[in-house]
Write a protein that binds this ligand. Sequence first.
Ligand code: ZN
Length: 71
Amino acid sequence: MHYNIDPSALVNIPCPSCGEKTAVSVATIETSPRLRCEACGAMYAINARKVMDKLQAAQEQAELERRRRGV
Ligand SMILES: [Zn+2]
């Protein structure tokens, strides 16, 4: 699946343990990295596919909105 998303865009990923958000670039997310939460020290893996699907859906929604306003 091709994602039409700016690779330098930052996404806030919430820690599954404490909810603290860490800003990660799209380019980094695509590598499915493991993150360490700075607030509680928990290690967690990013599910790249899940995050990217969500971003893609949000972007498509925004695109639809834009088009609707355009006409
Ligand atoms: Zn945490």
